[in-house]
Design a binder for this molecule. Sequence first.
Ligand SMILES: Cc1cc2nc3c(=O)[nH]c(=O)nc-3n(C[C@H](O)[C@H](O)[C@H](O)COP(=O)(O)OP(=O)(O)OC[C@H]3O[C@@H](n4cnc5c(N)ncnc54)[C@H](O)[C@@H]3O)c2cc1C
Length: 415
Amino acid sequence: MDNYKCKSVGIVGAGIQGVCIGLQLVKKGISVSLFDKNEPGSMTSYGNAGHFSPYAVLQLNRPDILYDVPKMLLSSYGPLALKWNYIPKMFPWIIQYLKSCNKKSMLHTAKYMHQILNLSMDAYQEVFQEIDMTNLVEKKGIIYIWTDQNLKSRNLEIKVREDLGIKQKLLSRDDILDLEPNLNPVFHGGVLYEDAMHARDPYGITKKIFELFIKYGGKFIKSNVQSIKQIADNKTSITTEEKKYEFEKSVIACGAFSKKLTDQLNEKIPLDTERGYHVHFKNMDHLIKRPVIFLDRGFGMTPMNQGLRAVGTVELGGLTNPLSKKRVEYIVRCAKELLPQLSKPQDEWMGFRPTLPDFLPVLGPSSKNKNIIYAFGHHHLGWTLGAITGKIISGIIAEEKTNLDLSPYSSKRFN
Ligand SMILES: Cc1cc2nc3c(=O)[nH]c(=O)nc-3n(C[C@H](O)[C@H](O)[C@H](O)COP(=O)(O)OP(=O)(O)OC[C@H]3O[C@@H](n4cnc5c(N)ncnc54)[C@H](O)[C@@H]3O)c2cc1C
């Protein structure tokens, strides 16, 4: 095994990012302690739509979406919702978001999302080779459908992907019905990403990766982390409710909860959350063969082991507001619009997409503490980006050379 300089690392957060980072580090022979107050993979990495979406380079910082926002907000049954009590707290994020809703910023985000998304599937395949993946993943493509109401936006998405060389197959309404005959034809067209795959059980996959991490000698400490500090040139500390631990380097991978720790380090990183929801329709996963996303509604359905998971919407409402029944009702209504045969849903769930206003993650050392490494802010794509984040962050810690341009992901961009 190579003789890396760094010998010990503490990672806070055992979502898909933390678990994948831990695995790559222990495989390099570095001693790793992974901290989480919850079971590994049980938070946002559990409830997502399970899409592996390497094509999804275009994010929500786009000028075309901006014009639709007021309309979406005024409708109580739109894909975007606000918790009005949270808006004053989210104001700085909103201002920065508005500033990055322009063509230049949109293309910058697309370019640097593409850089890492393009490597994301190979990174997972490497991990999956060491795991029994029976019933956990299916490769049947992913379909996006739409009505002809926002064709300008659809054409923009198609063009940006085309320019980046992303494989996509445009579909007519009949093509979609050939692929998914049970869908109610309320749409006019769509696109298929033929090579895309989806998780049938995201939680099951994270647990398997976690078990592999433990098999390679990783340690798990179930505890609530209160603070992280750099205490000497090559020493950091992680303090839990019970105890203080010391490591050469520490990683913050707490998803949407990372800001609590970065604020303590005096870095003003404008991380916030886009809340998303899901419900399950038990034993209904046979109704579609692959994930179907209805872009006009900001919602999708994925066939999973737990049932047909109807998932989506964006709610700006922070980390402490309770689940909104109206959002759940919205998802149920959208699901029944496409599949009227669905009956009663179960398992109402809300999760927290960790999102920066420019829709790029933060990957790399803290600008104030070089031995504290950040790995959060993967917004709508954190599931897809887990394995590649593991490789990038472990490479930074092991001081490996990389051909990637990592500067756009630095937290320095907010200083
Ligand atoms: C509705 C919805 C659908 C989505 N669909 C997709 C999709 O189809 N494809 C895709 O690529 N992405 C999707 N995403 C995004 C993706 O799920 C997230 O980006 C990803 O799960 C974030 O992973 P994470 O490891 O950063 O955070 P998390 O999974 O939230 O993990 C963070 C961990 O940190 C722990 N933690 C936090 N603070 C502390 C502390 N102080 N002490 C100890 N532990 C702490 C938490 O307990 C948690 O376990 C979706 C998200 C949502 C909400």
